[in-house]
Design a binder for this molecule. Sequence first.
Ligand code: AKB
Length: 317
Amino acid sequence: MKKIIVTGALGQIGSELTVKLRDIYGEDNVLATDIRKPEDICGPFELLDVTDAKKMYELSKDFEADTMIHMAALLSATAEKNPLFAWNLNMGGLMNALEVSRELDLQFFTPSSIGAFGPSTPKDNTPQDTLQRPTTMYGVNKVAGELLCDYYFNRFGVDTRGVRFPGLISYATPPGGGTTDYAVDIYYKAVEQGRYTSYIAEGTYMDMMYMPDALQAIVNLMEADGSKLKHRNAFNISAMSFEPSQIAAEIKKHIPSFKMDYTVDPVRQAIADSWPNAIDSSAAVEEWGFKADFDLEKMTIDMLEKLKVKLNQKAIS
Ligand code: AKB
């Protein structure tokens, strides 16, 4: 990766990934693009609607990109509200990005998700290669995306790579429209109000990861020796699996007065129930050395410290 175009660069992952890539490869070597303008522009930025194939091609060519990191997509809960729009954006954007990568010979990354699994998938220690019959539009998009990326590698030799991300947790940019977002909101509300109402029911386990580990995983996979990759586009990766009362208990260690109750949202609960409890990341470990530094305990310490500063507030204790 030397000259990288990033789509969805103002999103939850894109905003932090762009900063990390610029630190590693140089500010002028990373072109950030998004459908809206950033509040402060620092570094190369262009407006891009990923359904506009011509503009995506022109921006990539003019920038002399050698890598495309395609992040623009709707997350699970938003996609469920407007499935047709999700299909058009998630699949249309991906097809355009793959085509541009084929035409300009770009290395390519796009994320899949634990959402690519469904209720018939084994729930615990979910294997790398297993049944994938998701019941959400987001999941349908992710499975189709994994297959398309494999197709572009096998058929056209495009160097496509990807991971199945779990829920990602970060203090920097809030997520929007995901099912796992409760695990981000809970930290904000703990610091701001000392209490949280969870829309996910007690006992619902999902895989999660702290953002620094997710960003490092993208860099490591893209830098990995391609000849060693057997599962190019859909590596299971996870750092931890927990359910709401466990994250609440961890927060309570630092904010003893913290309280949590539940008002379950049936739509997001149904999505969560269709996903695995805990996936097996061993293929990623074996093929390109995936590792995560943050567990629930370490992540909670960091999140609360950083949010206290960000929200300019003494944490409630
Ligand atoms: C979501 O909840 O939609 C995402 C994901 C797990 O892909 N965070």
